[in-house]
Design a protein around this ligand. Sequence first.
Ligand code: ATP
Length: 232
Amino acid sequence: MITVRDLDVHYGDLQVLWDVSLDVRDDDSVVVIVGPNGAGKTTLLKTLSGVLTPTDGEIRLFDTPTSTLSASDIVRRGFVHVPEKRNLFGDLSVYENLRMGSYTQRDDFEATRQEVVEMFPVLEERRDQKASTLSGGEQQMLAIGRGLMAKPKVLALDEPSGALAPQLAERVFQKIDTISDDVTVILVEQHVDQALGLADRAYLLENGRIATEGTGRELLESEHVRESYLSG
Ligand code: ATP
């Protein structure tokens, strides 16, 4: 689905990613990217979604080099990125935010919305409430729900459990597990143990480089991961 080869990304003169290569395969349900603050995880997702342009290397999305695609082409081809800051339209209602997510699939908006509210019933209960007045957990559900409205083949989630209380974070992980039955999920997370528990394939990004890769289980059992990220 996605191959990334030898990717370098800079902000101006500052290089943030070095030689990053990774694969998301057709039969992967969840691919996890973990790593400490500032490692370059968000930068990697922004580059995959066409928001940032790499200085070197190649990304192929369903066999097409993304250098030939605009960010909206990338969405239309089925790669949807739910950013860490959620980017909801705070003054718009839950319903209107879902509508904004469906711009690639206008014709079957209501049918898709029904699937999304079945997954997240709170989005039906709060249908007419302004997004800015939802709780943090509800806003996260809305951000993911809005991403699903575009009917992605790959859904990239940047720290979906961020800033949520542990119980709510656990619910988000359960939802991601369910979503991954139908959609391939790329999950960037700092909750390393829970994320790796869901992962078919996982990458540890450190200082802008892939430090370790393997199955979720292999990373969970790796001495380096356990010592650095799974204390306790
Ligand atoms: P976190 O887990 O804290 O969100 P991250 O792994 O997602 O971190 P990035 O946000 O990708 O890391 O940041 C990687 C590096 O790039 C950091 O050193 C950050 O300061 C720098 N950086 C990010 N955005 C910019 C920008 N717009 N301009 C300059 N430097 C940036």
